[in-house]
Design a protein around this ligand. Sequence first.
Ligand code: DGT
Ligand code: CA
Ligand code: CA
Ligand code: ZN
Length: 578
Amino acid sequence: MDNLAVARALEDLGDLQELMGIATFKVRAFRSAARAIEGLGESVADLARDGKLEEVRGVGAGVARRIMELLETGKIAEAEELRAKLPPGILDLMNLPGIGLKTAQQVWHERGIVTIDELEAAAKAGKLRDLPRFGAKREEKLIASIDAWRKRAAAPKRRPLAEAMIAAEALCDHLRVVPGVVACEFAGSLRRRAETIGDLDVLVAAKPEDAAAIMAAFAGAPDVVEVLGHGETKTSVVLDGGMQADLRVIPPESWGAALQYFTGSKDHNVAMRTIAVKKKLKVSEYGVFDATGAKIAGEDEASVYEAIGLRWMPPELRENRGEIEAAAEDRLPRLVELEDLRGDLHMHTTETDGKSTLEQMAEAARASGRTYVAITDHSETLTFVRGMSRDRLREQKKKIRAVEESFGGKMRLFAGIEADILGDGTLDLDDHLGELEWVVGSVHTHLGMNREDMTKRVVRAIESGKIDCLGHPTGRQLGHRDPSALDIEAVLRALARTGAAIELNSSPLRLDVDEHIARMARDAGVPVVLNSDAHSVRELGFTRYGVGIARRAWLTKENVLNTKTADELQAWRAARRS
Ligand code: DGT
Ligand code: CA
Ligand code: CA
Ligand code: ZN
């Protein structure tokens, strides 16, 4: 069991206790222990083995006992007991956007409401407005948010890119070491890096006589909870968490053709086949065949494209959005790559809601090949994450200089901020931003404004000239919160006018902006900054998801600002501010 799983279990226990109305000091102990463990540099299981759990800050005897129990039995009996006592439905209610633990506890204990249906009925009947921190307006918002939740629940369940990627990589790692496996790749929408994924399409190249054993290994993979179908060349399973995955075993001589076919998209394949037909060729998942039926390509993917007169193209482009024409005319863009990213210009530290320190973030970014970062903790008005005051920012800047010094010129650290765009479009700490070296401006509150007001608000913030980059511009959270109503074209015009950049936030929950807006930004000449928005060293790796989205938007290295060197970036900033 890794640290994250332990932290989550403790967090859960805290939540359950709070829901049941158990003393808050106990609840707080579990939460702070969870945070400490999440940010720990060593394995909590190792510490437990050496009897050193209580040496971790925030872990007392009570918490240590629960951790031991968790590591030994896989669960905490007390949490299970509490869960069994909860009215069914209350956890769903708690997870509803805009509700959370406090409100769930409140409506349950004070109104006896334990399900989403009951909550909706009470809101509609105006029976919640006189609760503390409620009111008619919040009732109205609640009804709208329950409505949106129902719509999402009814839609076919697609999974966020990151979740699918992690699951697919685990499956492929499991399969690659099975005897007879020549190659293993995932295809489908995941290989194309779509922001949400319907199901996983895993392909293995192997001789037909090895297929049965490989399928059996697939069905027996650790994450598989159900086998839906077991055929000669295809096996379908359900993974822990509910995602479906198909495995197809392909003879090596058809590998390229199958990889191409099952990568799709369907529209791309249809367009491709139309071209093939004109050349009297036939493309299938087995290969490319001429009029006599002879196979002319199929072993590798490039040969399939070349056989019909096209260049090989990156999977992210394969959506029939002009890539076939571009490939035929040899004018495919050279898409930006993860290795092109020199810096990361949005991240948090333990000063606000981050889990790793300034030093840890800088070290980890350097270790992953970055040569500069901007430290952008939250600003003062975000009190619930201990947003930075002017004084704390000055202190942090000194520390940033000292840490930068310790890298001996190998790493640049910019003293930045994620300044809150307030409700009226002014910026938090407005008079202090000039002292900082990188300013991300982001909306975090009043996300439900109407389109006109929200657009005015964001445009006003951009036109202050004080922000270098607009952070997570639409505020969406995949499967959780819709994008804010916003006239994105007006926003892009304002960015172009002031020479500021737009963020492609790579946090798997956000992926904000999306591929469509990223492509609009490119067309409007607005530079895109591809950031992690990391809240821990682990999350610096989020940029791999953002790069996928950028590539789907046809972005090249030139379109992405943080592919510049630190000096070039500073020159860019100085030029736009003069
Ligand atoms: P998803 O799973 O909904 O996120 O999207 P995909 O693109 O992974 O679609 P999926 O899993 O249904 O099929 C994987 C690929 O197989 C798809 O991208 C193209 C190919 N494919 C599947 N069905 C057809 C079909 O009826 N015609 C053609 N041309 N290709 C197909
Ligand atoms: Ca799929
Ligand atoms: Ca599929
Ligand atoms: Zn933010």
